[in-house]
Design a protein around this ligand. Structure first.
Ligand code: NAD
Length: 260
């Protein structure tokens, strides 16, 4: 389905992004993966994608807080593969703290990684997509692009911001065969969620089980975590011809959370 296409997924050494990169590769796309982690584990994942799916897979260690590194990653991808046909802005971090205690450097990092990095990748990718008359931009937003939760001021602000960026760029490129959508998962069981449990326990004075049941899944009527495979399947759908009229949307995969 995606042979002769190149997909670049930011924040794809783990969790949702890795599942997306593997799904695109399974469908025949060459992929660029990005993110942090153990170098040997990343190389094993990269070479594993190549051998398992018979595609080319490049790794970029670009830091999504650094516009110069993002520009370098996009230029390298264009040089290696011609264009980036499918761009997924997925890198993201979280920090849980009351607003008056929220560390300024965490605010800046979350806004840079979860929001501004998408501006930098999009502005680099759009000219090539327009020239080709085809492109897919998918932003991993969140249910927190639509509703808020306490103690997540930077994350909720950044995710609401990415919703606005998604809609705006969708309008700008609508007549060029390029769609721009956001995927809005509820709680997906990944390292990002696992890592926020200790801080939430502290902020709310709860046990681990209480955080899972009464905080995380409290908002999710299905009482089940979304899986990374389900999010990746939605991303794949958005790359297909059947989704060519879907643009500027917030696709909710949240077990009913935002229906409330
Ligand atoms: P994760 O922690 O498993 O993965 C995050 C990825 O981003 C990793 O590859 C990490 O190395 C990378 N990353 C972090 N900082 C980076 C930086 N400065 N530069 C480059 N890469 C960086 O998390 P995840 O749960 O898979 O989250 C992926 C996306 O999905 C995020 O945008 C997150 O906000 C969003 N999301 C997650 C959930 C959830 O419940 N897990 C729900 C809604 C939205």
């Amino acid at each position: 389905m995606l042979s002769n296409k190149t997909a670049l997924v930011t924040g794809s050494t783990s969790g949702i992004g890795l599942a997306m990169a593997r799904t695109f590769a399974r469908e025949g796309a060459n992929v660029v993966i990005n993110g942090f982690g153990d170098a040997a584990a990343i190389e094993a994942e990269r070479s594993g994608i190549e051998s398992e799916f018979g595609v080319s897979c490049q790794y970029s260690g670009a830091d999504m807080t650094r516009p110069d590194e993002i520009a370098g990653m996009m230029a390298d991808a264009a040089k290696t593969f011609g264009t980036v046909d499918i761009l997924v802005n997925n890198a993201g971090i979280q920090h849980v703290s009351p607003v008056e205690e929220f560390p300024v450097e965490k605010w800046d990092a979350i806004l840079a990684i979860n929001l501004s990095s998408a501006f930098h990748t999009i502005r680099a990718a759009v000219p090539g997509m327009k020239e080709k008359g085809w492109g897919r931009i998918i932003n991993t937003a969140s249910a927190h692009a639509l509703v808020a939760s306490p103690f997540k001021s930077a994350y909720v602000a950044a995710k609401h911001g990415i919703a606005g960026l998604t809609k705006t760029v969708a309008l700008e490129v609508a007549q060029h065969g390029v769609t721009v959508n956001a995927i809005c998962p509820g709680y997906v069981w990944t390292p990002l969620v696992e890592r926020q449990i200790p801080d939430t326990m502290k902020a709310r004075g709860l046990t681990e089980e209480e955080v899972k049941r009464d905080v995380l899944l409290a908002a999710q009527p299905t009482k089940e975590f979304v899986t990374v495979e389900q999010v990746a399947a939605m991303a794949l759908y958005l790359t297909g011809d059947a989704a060519s009229c879907i643009t500027g949307t917030m696709m909710q995969l949240d077990g009913g959370w935002t229906a409330q």
